[in-house]
Design a protein. Sequence first.
Length: 443
Amino acid sequence: MTSRTAVMTIASLNYLPYVKTLMQSVRDTNPEYRRYFFLADKKSDVLEGTQDLFETVEADQLGIDHFEDMTLRYDVMEFNTAIKPFAIEWLFENTDVNHVIYLDPDIRVYRRLTELNELLAGEASAVVTPHLTRPLTDGKLPNDYHMLQAGVFNLGFIAVSRRQEARDFVRWWGERLRTLCHAEPSRNLFTDQRWVDLAPCFLSDLRVFRSHAYNVAYWNLAQRNVVEREGRFHIDGEELAFFHFSGLDRGKTKLVSKHQDRLNWDDLGSLQRLFQDYRNALFENDWGSATSAPYYYDRVGNLELKPIIRKLYSEVHSDPADPEAANEQAIIAMCNAPAGLEADGMGRVSKLMNYIYNARPDLRTVFQLNDPDGISRFVDWYEWSGKNEYSLDNRLLPKPLSATCMSAGAPQEAVEPTLHPNAQRSRSFRAWRKVRKWWLDRH
């Protein structure tokens, strides 16, 4: 059975040291598995020498409808998770594997996955692990409420068989992730994970694998008893299968995870060695150099896709957009399109400006867009402050601009702001600065 099992992961080039470390651990512990790396990026020379470790498949080779649309609406984390079901289906369509095991790149495997193999050889159509098997009530973060926001199951791991109900589920999952793979808990979305909460409803042969030796991580480690025997770690009596090192920081050697405040370095006890060995393996795989690799899909043409632009794009295009809406000029035109708020001779508000305004309570407090003076002052703020706060391209400054840059509707040379511009700003502008500082301090 295992000779027709594939292990896959997904990452962009900045995570290549993690991918190498994961795949080396799979090769050393489960050599019969086939290893695939789905690159949510574009190939570069940093992949040289990896052919024997894994087969690389670029995301744009998966045949995803409206692929360009997905690269625009999602940031790097969202996009990496959004293509997961498409990569699983690609393996079933293009290879003869019977089972696909997905592992996040920041996982390391420590032994043969015998129990998982047995589940897949039996009646399981898919296998998942729950975030928690007991309540978290110690007042630390994350707690069980946060797990409801993130999803019942941790999708750093999922195993899927070729069975029909599993493939039907994967296809449905992919359709939802085309446009609804955002990390927005306020909308009941957390990338690909929340959708799999429905798996027990849709899959009659789903296995919720409760082994404490699988997918050990910061969110469940405090609930598990760790014992080291003869150089191997045992979790609640089972030998550790794989550990999920989520939230490490290359510059912080004693950080357990940046996503929690429950565990300190001293709390790890003998597991400190596990973390140190893993960090050493990452450095041996060029941790630090590859992390600076630019993300290919952070730009369209010469336009950098800032997060606020992606959010506006997703709002404007709730359904997948056609390719002609996914080019540089179309994105600029979308951002600069009028929002229907203008002050004659004093500027107008674009869709991007209006989106920023509606997302910011501090701006809504200070600038009232129901009168020309409020519009004029908001345009002035965006021209000198807002554009810089969001590091936006100069082309995302719709014409006509504020009165400082316009006269009788004709462009003039922009007036440079002083080194201390607030001293010459209006009382309302200075009030806005105070409200903004209060809002940022609270968030």
